[in-house]
Design a protein around this ligand. Sequence first.
Ligand code: ADP
Ligand code: MG
Length: 275
Amino acid sequence: MSEQAVVSLRNVTKSFGAGGVTALQSIDLDVRPGEFVSLIGPSGCGKSTLLRVVGDLVEPSSGEVIVNGKSARQARRDRDYGIVFQDAVLYDWRTVEKNIALPLELLGWDKGRQTERVRELLELVELQGFGSHRPWQLSGGMQQRVSIARALSFAPALLLMDEPFGALDEMTRERLNSELLRIWQASGSTVIFVTHSISEAVFLSTRTVVMSRRPGRIAAIVDVDLAQPRNADTREEPRFFELVTEVRDRLREGGLDEESTAPGEGELVVSEETP
Ligand code: ADP
Ligand code: MG
C-alpha cells in the first residue's frame, strides 16, 4: 500500500522547541495517486504543520515522510510539489505574468510556451487583462488567484494548498472550488487541501481527514462518496448534507467546542485557543 502511495506518513510527530508545543502526534496517513484529501480541524491543531511536513518546509521531530517513493527533501528538489498558501506570496517587482511564469522559467521552458501557458492560466483564474499589472495593484482575492495559477502552471504531481480560498468572498470561493476540481480531474494530480470550512472540505474531497485539538492527531477519516464530477447541484444533494453533518460530528468528538451553529451553515468558526 505505501509503495503506491503518493504520500506516506508513518508515526509522524512534531514538537516546536525544547519543552514547546507538540503540534503533531503519531500521524499515520497514506494518500493514494489522484486523491483529493482535505485536512480539517480547529485552529492551531496542526493542519499547516502537517502540510509543511509533507512539503519539506518543516522537519518532523520523529517519524517518516515518503513522497513519490522518496524523501520529502528529494521530492522538493525534484519539483514534485505545487504549493499555495493562505496569503499569496508574490514578488512585487514582477508583473502578474512574470509571477505565474516563475516556475516555468526555473524549469527552462522556452518563452513562447511560457507565454501560451500564462495566457491559459490567466483565463482560468479570470484575470485576463491583468497580466502586466503588479501584485500590489490587485485585491487580495485577485492576488490569491495569481498564486493559484502559479502553483498550477507546471501541473505538479502533488498540490499542497493551505486555506487558499479562506480570504475570498463566498461566490469567488465556490467558483474557484469548482475550477480546482475541474483542473484536478483534468491533470490527474493529487491534492492535499487544508481548510476550516466543513462544506468546502466535503465539496472538494474524496476523503476528509478530521484532526483533533492540539496535539494534532487524526480523529477520523470520512470517505466522501459524492459522485464526480461535482457541480453546484452537488451542494443541494441530501448526501452532501449528511456528509457535512458527519464531518461536524467527528470534529465535535475530536474536542472542538466552538463552532458556528447557524442551521444549514457548513462553515466552521473557531478562534485561536489561548495557551
Ligand atoms: P493550524 O494550521 O491547524 O491552525 P498550525 O500547524 O499552524 O495549526 O500550528 C499548530 C501548533 O503549532 C500551534 O499551537 C502553533 O502555535 C504551533 N506552531 C506552529 N508553527 C510553529 C513554529 N514555527 N514555532 C513554534 N510553534 C509553532
Ligand atoms: Mg494553518
